[in-house]
Write a protein that binds this ligand. Structure first.
Ligand SMILES: [Fe+2]
Ligand SMILES: [Fe+2]
Length: 248
């Protein structure tokens, strides 16, 4: 097994001083320095402190950020393209706005938060602001996408074989979640996400995120305090994207 030379922390310059950025536990679990990375605290001194607050490598967020500010300033560009193209496809095929919104948000966690179990993380993130059916569909696309549905012409994406190797079998909790979703009255909403989940991006198609401002305006309850500052059960998750490298 090869191991990249990493330490679990690194330095950046902020206003002429050094700030130490520490990799979160999820990143260092399994790495040799997982248990020792906090020794870096012993190296702190005047002009060398832990990273807190605005990271100069990231665009500054507005004081009261809305959903599209996270698209503009935080989500990975590839993820944004994927989300916009999926939502555009759903809209072109005449899907209701709640499905278009679900497609627009289904992989938001991959773009800005965490990839593993991204359907669950994404659903939790948006839950306070959307109809229950939308977050339900985002949560369950996580499991549903692995299973074919001939009635709508869906088969498990060929990309998964490429990503995970031939014969990849999802773990039992995914099978259980799929079975539960299959029997649920909103099953087709999660299925529609997978049907519009584009794995082949058309480089000639660029979708403008402003095209979805109307759908967001009608279907996503933007808090007046801004996402991250309204005291909702997921406010801390939005703040994690605003200040992803805060030490504590
Ligand atoms: Fe996904
Ligand atoms: Fe996707």
């Amino acid at each position: 097994m090869t191991q990249l030379a990493r330490e679990g922390h690194y330095d950046i310059e902020v206003d002429g001083e050094t700030r130490v950025v520490i990799d979160p536990a999820l990143v260092t679990l399994g790495e040799p320095y997982h248990d020792s990375k906090y020794k870096v605290f012993e190296t702190l001194s005047e002009g060398r402190r832990m990273m807190m607050g605005d990271d100069p490598r990231l665009p500054k967020m507005p004081e009261k950020p809305g959903l599209l500010d996270f698209f503009r300033y935080r989500l990975a560009k590839t993820a944004i393209n994927h989300l916009l193209q999926s939502a555009a496809l759903a809209r072109r095929s005449g899907q209701p706005e709640k499905i278009v919104l679900a497609c627009l948000l289904h992989d938001i966690a991959i773009g800005g938060l965490i990839p593993g179990d991204h359907g669950y993380w994404g659903a939790q993130l948006i839950e306070p602001y959307v109809e229950e059916e939308v977050s339900w569909a985002v949560r369950h696309h996580q499991a549903v996408r692995f299973f074919a549905d001939d009635s709508v012409g869906y088969s498990c994406p060929a990309a998964y074989e490429y990503f995970f190797g031939p014969g990849y079998v999802p773990p039992p909790y995914i099978h259980d979640a799929y079975k539960a979703a299959r029997a649920h009255r909103w099953y087709m909403s999660a299925r529609l996400i997978t049907l519009n989940d584009l794995y082949a991006f058309d480089p000639n198609t660029t979708v403008d995120m402003e095209e979805f401002e109307d759908v967001i305006g009608r279907n996503f309850r933007q808090p007046k305090e801004g996402l991250g500052f309204d005291g909702s059960p997921s406010a801390h998750m939005w703040r994690a994207m605003i200040w992803p490298h805060n030490a504590l």
